[in-house]
Design a protein around this ligand. Sequence first.
Ligand SMILES: NC(=O)c1ccc[n+]([C@@H]2O[C@H](COP(=O)([O-])OP(=O)(O)OC[C@H]3O[C@@H](n4cnc5c(N)ncnc54)[C@H](O)[C@@H]3O)[C@@H](O)[C@H]2O)c1
Ligand SMILES: CC(C)(O)[C@@H](O)C(=O)O
Ligand SMILES: [Mg+2]
Ligand SMILES: [Mg+2]
Length: 347
Amino acid sequence: MATINFGGVEEQVVTREEFPLEKAREVLANEVIAVIGYGVQGPGQSLNMRDNGFNVIVGQRKGKTYDKAVADGWVPGETLFEIEEALEKGTIICFLLSDAAQIELWPTVKAALKPGKSLYFSHGFGVTYKEKTGIVPPADVDVFLVAPKGSGTSLRRLFVEGKGLNSSFAVYQDASGNARTKAIAMGIGVGSGYLFETDFYKEVTSDLTGERGTLMGAIQGIFAAQYEVLRENGHSPSEAFNETVEELTQSLMPLVAENGMDWMYANCSTTAQRGALDWWKPFHDATKPVFEKLYNSVKSQEQAEISITRNSQSDYREKLEVELAELRESEMWQAGKAVRSLRPERS
Ligand SMILES: NC(=O)c1ccc[n+]([C@@H]2O[C@H](COP(=O)([O-])OP(=O)(O)OC[C@H]3O[C@@H](n4cnc5c(N)ncnc54)[C@H](O)[C@@H]3O)[C@@H](O)[C@H]2O)c1
Ligand SMILES: CC(C)(O)[C@@H](O)C(=O)O
Ligand SMILES: [Mg+2]
Ligand SMILES: [Mg+2]
């Protein structure tokens, strides 16, 4: 583990330098890694591990995503199987169904978890909320997680570009005495940048907060609020969208990603800097109570309950699609579609 100072707090992290790919391959040399589910994380993780030289198979029920797996080069009967068969063959079972679907499939997975096998998650959800999910792994298997901090789509894209997303890792159960090393090896194998250690509870609590907060929920809320105010005051959709979203994603966020917020500020006018420095605090004060409410809702397991109830309904996909279409068809995102089509690299 490397000791890194994160803003004055020292943490132990695993880097690719100290745990190189060759070591990960050695640790997992005798394992058959069965990736169960080929939705978003399934493709990213399985393809990265395959390209990294691991022994990987995919278990996916027949349908559109099964066909996608075939198109991605997984070979039926050789590296692509029905879920039950992949569970049988795998020694490390990567449970990458949606969190709600994991509940339904758990009895099947549990039956396949013979002593000595490992159960791998990319989220602390299933076991942390075991009273709601029924996911209680047998005592004689290793249970660990690697949670890439980003979409499986980005995990794959960055890997292909020779980059990597950071991931957290955690051990829930160490039956073999080697669970932690296996978890780290998996983390390196799926294409992580650096790995930081957590536990299942902290992973699920921070992850549910982040995605409902700044990463996804809050950002859309703030975009919508500013766009509406600009439109209500007579600004065109083009002006409102550019001033709310396009400039952020195309110009300013890449600068933040490169070198931090002060660097982005420093590359804007002194007029903009004065305003931003004055206004970030009122925005902070206005939103902090919402974040507190959100965190408490995660902590009380209300968010887990909502997620399980809503995503276990037989028509949840159709309902999600209606809500996504509402976003897509809103004036702001339709304006965005037009703006994107006008980017020079797209024309
Ligand atoms: N989406 C991400 O990028 C992301 C990022 C980090 C962690 N995670 C975690 O990774 C895990 C997988 O998430 P995901 O978003 O990749 O999943 P997903 O929603 O894309 O679903 C994955 C697969 O589940 C299958 N499935 C759904 N219901 C099923 C059922 N009843 N029986 C059999 N198969 C079924 C689907 O066919 C699909 O292939 C979750 O624990 C999630 O929280 C996801
Ligand atoms: C990609 C995210 C938001 O980080 C992940 O947590 C998810 O649930 O999809
Ligand atoms: Mg999540
Ligand atoms: Mg996340």
